[in-house]
Ligand binder design. Structure first.
Ligand code: PLP
Length: 397
């Protein structure tokens, strides 16, 4: 018999599973090219050629016992040093290898840091809409995810509600910048305000409140937008990064955490995070990928970003012209569209009639919206527009 706690989780997972199966079912009937599956954040763009070259280079030229062996739980020292140098160069920071812990993607990094920080009953705040797995990751360690309701005007944080929800059980705040599912980017003013609020609340409550900044989409920013490097604004920040999206490597499970020296109890947090990655069963991040990352830190991502940008424009312009409402995404590869009816599940079901698959946003904590992932081929987007037009007509847009 499975654990009681898993029964509800298995049930909850079935929405995404049902979507996946629906995609397969429709593809068998209509052909894959006639099904517009916008449900998954799985990059359609190939990994840069430098990644494959680096894999071969590592396998052919580095010592096998090093490449495939165990290492310190935090990861290879030289890889961590190279990552720290690369962050310093890009963002004018001053990290070294000791500040970096290699992780099994962003998901592994988030679980590692939550295991490191949370006592049972601790609260972690996030802003709706949010990546739905946060709830599971926080509850893995007996914590409670507290959700600040969405500000649907522009999807920037609702700071009044945020202030109200901070209390002496608040251990951390998870932000996701650029955001999945809205595509918004929190700029310098938002990050500064967030930092000011937390500094003042932490002082008032005589406690430490950490920001965990989940940044797998950091480089996917358009129209010249940039994502502030948040450790420069708030000392108690941990950054979680992943190569899943920027290098199109979600299956390879590789990323890192940045734990700055300025963090309260930094040495203890670094040591505990290294132990956490081990005892969660990751042991260490995949070794071959760590070696590959060292060789691909300076890869030019502009070609891949341009592909997503082209998709973004085509989809945003196409859908808004048809009368759908959404904020123009500045980053990541999602469009967050207002459902023309209150129940977005009904809207998603209607869309399926036209072979369009989208994700209802109740699971992101924002009822009445749907998420469209545009990390698909450009042809899929262009070919889907006549179907979106039929959908718009059905709702008299
Ligand atoms: N955080 C956010 C906001 C995501 O969108 C995702 C994946 O889609 C993850 C974390 C997990 O990323 P990874 O595959 O690197 O574990």
């Amino acid at each position: 018999m499975i654990a009681e706690s898993m029964v509800a989780l298995v049930k909850g997972s079935s929405v995404i599973r049902a979507m996946f199966e629906e995609g397969n079912r429709l593809s068998k009937i209509y052909g894959r090219e006639n099904v517009y599956d916008f449900s998954l954040g799985n990059p359609n763009v190939s990994a840069p050629k430098e990644v494959n070259e680096a894999i071969l280079d590592v396998i052919n030229n580095e010592e096998s016992t090093l490449v495939h062996g165990y290492m310190s739980n935090a990861g290879f020292e030289d890889v961590r040093e190279a990552i720290a140098d690369s962050i310093n160069k890009k963002y004018d920071t001053s990290f070294n290898a000791s500040n970096i812990i290699m992780t099994v993607g962003a998901a592994g990094g988030l679980n590692t840091i939550l295991k490191t920080l949370l006592n049972p009953g601790d609260e972690v705040i996030c802003f709706a809409p949010f990546f739905s797995e946060y709830k599971n990751y926080v509850s893995n360690f007996g914590g409670k995810l507290v959700v600040v309701p969405a500000n649907t005007k522009d999807f920037m944080p609702n700071f009044d509600e945020f202030i109200r929800l901070i209390n002496n059980k608040t251990k951390a705040v998870i932000i996701n910048n650029p955001n999945n599912p809205t595509g918004v980017i929190y700029g310098e003013d938002v990050i500064q305000r967030l930092s000011d609020i937390l500094n003042s609340k932490a002082k008032e409550l005589s406690t430490d409140i950490y920001i965990i900044s989940d940044e797998p989409y950091r480089e996917l920013a358009y129209d010249g937008a940039t994502v502030p490097y948040i450790t420069k604004y708030y000392n108690n920040t941990i950054v979680g990064y992943s190569y899943s999206k920027s290098l199109s490597l979600p299956g390879e499970r590789i990323g890192y955490l940045v734990i700055p020296d300025e963090l309260t109890d930094s040495s203890e947090v670094k040591a505990a995070a290294s132990v956490a990655t081990r005892i969660l069963g990751f042991v260490n991040a995949p070794s071959l990928m760590q070696r590959v990352i060292k060789k691909t830190l300076d890869v030019d991502l502009s070609k891949n970003i341009a592909i997503y940008d082209k998709n973004r424009k085509a989809l945003y312009e196409g859908l808004t012209k048809l009368g759908f409402e959404c904020v123009k995404p500045q980053g990541a590869f999602y469009l967050f569209v207002k459902s023309p009816v209150e129940d977005e599940n009904e809207f998603c079901n209607s869309a399926k009639k036209y072979n369009i698959l989208m994700v209802p946003a109740t699971s992101f904590g924002c009822k009445g919206y749907v998420r469209i992932a545009y990390c698909v081929s450009y042809d899929t987007i262009i070919n889907s527009l006549p179907s979106f037009e039929k959908l718009a007509k059905e709702y008299s847009l």
